[in-house]
Write a protein that binds this ligand. Sequence first.
Ligand code: ATP
Ligand code: MG
Ligand code: MG
Ligand code: MG
Length: 470
Amino acid sequence: EKYNLHEIRKKYLDFFENKGHLVTNSFSLVPKDDKNLLLIIAGMAPLKPYFLGTKKPPKNRMATCQKCVRTSDIENVGKTDRHGTFFEMLGNFSFGDYFKREAINWAWEFMTKQLNISKEKLWVSVYLDDDEAYNIWNNEIGVSKNKIVRLGKEDNFWELEVGPCGPSSEIYIDRGEKYSCGDENCKPGCECDRFVEVWNLVFSQFDKDELGNYSELLNPNIDTGMGLERITAVLNDADNIFEIEPIRTIIKEIEKITNKKYKNNNKDDVSIRVITDHIRAICFLVSDGVIPSNEGRGYVLRRLIRRASRHGKLLGIKNSFLSNLSDVVIENWKEFYSNLEDKRLQIKKIIKIEEDKFEETIDQGIEILKNYIDDMKNNNETILNGYKAFKLYDTYGFPLDLTKEILEDEKLDVDEEQFNLEMENQKNRARSARDKDNKNNWDSDADFNFKINTKTRFEGYEKLSTESKV
Ligand code: ATP
Ligand code: MG
Ligand code: MG
Ligand code: MG
C-alpha cells in the first residue's frame, strides 16, 4: 500500500501546519451550544462561531481532522464505494484570512506534490457562475477546460440548515473506465463511482438564517473538507473506502466471526461493509458520551447498533458480536483518539447491553415481519399497515428504517403516516397517564421519569451514564 489512513492524516495536517495553520484535535461528535445540529457532519461545524465572527479564533488559519457522522448517508453505506455513516474529514480553514487563490493552490499542491496523484486523473468543478474560481483553475493552475465542470446548487453550494455557507469548488479523481456507469456523459457530478469527489473547497461568504435568507459575511472565509477514507482509498486503488488499512482489519475480523470470505457474494459483502462502517460509528459515538435511547443522538446510536446486529443475522451470526468487534476499532484508532482507550469498558458494556436487548426480540420480530410480508404478497398489497410497523417498533424494538429496509428488499413500503400517528398516540397516552399520576401525589416530572426508568428500562445505561460523569 502507498499510505494508510493514519499516514495521510499526518501528511495533511503537517502540510497545513507548514502553511501557518493551527492544528487542533478533532472536536467531539456531539455539537456544543448548537441547537441546529444533532451530530457533527463536517469539519466546519464545530467552528461555526469563528466563521460568523461571533467568537475570535485562536488563529485565523486552522486545520483539523474531524470525526463526522452522517446518518443521511446510511442507505448508501456498503452500496456505493464512497459513503460511510462515520468518516474523518480533513479540513483547512481560513477565518477572514486567505481566500480562493491560496485554497485552490494549496489543494493542488497537496494532491499533486505531496500525494503524487497524476494530474491526468484530476478533475474539478466550480459553481455555475463562479468565473473567479474557474479562471484560477484554468489559467493559474493549468487544468484544461474539458476537465472543469460547472455544477449547480446541489453539488457546488455548501450549506447546513443555518449558518455559514457559500459556493464551492470540488476536486474529483477519475478512477477509470471500470468504475463507470457506462453513460457517455459520465463526468464529475454523476452519481456513479467513477469520478469520486474527494475534496470540497467552500468559499464561505454567506450566513443563512432560519428563514432561508442569505446575508453577506463581514469577511469571506475558506472551509474545506476532504474525506480521509476516500482519499486513502483512491490513492491505493482500493475498490471502496473500507478496503484500506486499518479499516480492513475490521473486515478480517468479521470474516473470522462468520467463517465467510469477503468478496465471495455481493449480498454478504454489503452486510460486511455495513457492519464495518457501523461499528466505527458506534464506538466513536459512545466514546463521545452518546448512550442508546429513543430520541435524538441516542436514537441514532440505537439504530446503528440494531442495524449492525441485523446484518450480523443476515450473515448467520448467532450471538451478539458487536461488543467484541469494538476492540478492533479501539486498538486501531486509540493512538489518535485516546478516549477510545479511556472508555473501552464503557463502550463494550453499552454495546453489549443494547445488542443483548435487541437479541431477545429480533428473531421474533423478523419472524413476524416475514408473516406480514407473506400476507401482503397474498393479498397483492404493497404498503405495510402503519400500526403493524409500530407494533414491531414498540414490542420488538425495530426502528422504522429497519422495517422499511427489510420491506424494500421485497419492493414493499410502509405507511409512515399511520406509523407516526400511532407513535403520537402512544406519547399522548403516556402524557395523560402522567397527568393522572401527578394528581395522585406525583408532583414532578423527575419523579415520573425516575419511576418509569426503574420499571421499564434497563438500568444499565443510567448506571453507566452516572459513571461517565465522574
Ligand atoms: P458526495 O457527493 O459524494 O455524497 P458530499 O458532497 O456530500 O459527497 P461534502 O459535504 O462536500 O460531501 O463533504 C466533503 C468531503 O467529505 C467529500 O468531498 C468527501 O470526500 C467526504 N465525504 C462526504 N460524505 C462522506 C461519507 N458519507 N463518507 C465518507 N466520506 C464522505
Ligand atoms: Mg453526500
Ligand atoms: Mg457532492
Ligand atoms: Mg461536496
